[in-house]
Design a protein around this ligand. Sequence first.
Ligand SMILES: CC(C)(COP(=O)(O)OP(=O)(O)OC[C@H]1O[C@@H](n2cnc3c(N)ncnc32)[C@H](O)[C@@H]1OP(=O)(O)O)[C@@H](O)C(=O)NCCC(=O)NCCS
Length: 180
Amino acid sequence: MIITFRQSLQNDIYDIINIQYESFNEDSVADLTADLLKDDTAEPRISLLAFDGDKPIGHILFTKATIENGDDNTLMHILAPLAVLPEYQNKGIGGMLIKAGLRRLKEIGSKVVFVLGHITYYPKHGFINDAGNLGYPAPYPIPEAVKDAWMVMPLTSEGLINKGKVICAKAMDSPEHWVE
Ligand SMILES: CC(C)(COP(=O)(O)OP(=O)(O)OC[C@H]1O[C@@H](n2cnc3c(N)ncnc32)[C@H](O)[C@@H]1OP(=O)(O)O)[C@@H](O)C(=O)NCCC(=O)NCCS
C-alpha cells in the first residue's frame, strides 16, 4: 500500500464528506466540514487528503484560530476534524496526516495549534493535554472531567505565545461543536 497526500481541491468535497460520514458514522461532522471548507474566517486553511493509489481514504482539516483581544498577527490553527476510513484505521494513516498537516502549518507560519479530541491519541503526536491550564481557554467551556481533551502544541521555538481565550472560525463557533 502506497499512501500519498495532497492539499484538497474544491471538487474533492464529495470525497471529503464521504470520508467524514463513513468514519464518524453520522452527519454532523460531515456537515461541519462542508461549512468550514467554505468559511472565509477559517482561512488560511490546511485541508489534506490521503490516498491509497487514487482512492481517497483520509482527511485532515486545520482552520484559523485567533485569541480574544490578542495579537492578530500571530497565526494559529485548530485541528478538526480528522478522519480515516474504517477499513484503513490503525495503519498509521491518521498519524501521517497529522504529521503532514503540521509540516504545512509550519510552512505557512502558523505558531500554535489546538485540538479537542482523544486524550491519549493526540499527545502521541506532540499535543499537550489541558490547554486551558496553559492559558488557552477553549471557545466554549470544556467540562472539568474532560479538560485534558482540549490540547495545544507550539509549532515554533517561541513556544506557547499570545495566550488568551481561543476564538474559532464562524462555522465552528457554536456550543454543539465543543462537546467531547
Ligand atoms: C481517530 C482516527 C483518526 C485515527 O486514525 P488511524 O489512522 O486509525 O490512527 P493511527 O493508525 O495513526 O493510530 C492508531 C492508534 O490510535 C489509537 N486510536 C484510534 N482511535 C482512538 C480513539 N478513539 N481514542 C484513543 N485512541 C485511538 C489506536 O488505538 C492506535 O493506538 P496505538 O498506536 O497505541 O496502537 C481514526 O480512528 C478515525 O477516523 N476515527 C473515527 C473518527 C474520529 O474519531 N476522529 C477523531 C476525532 S478527535
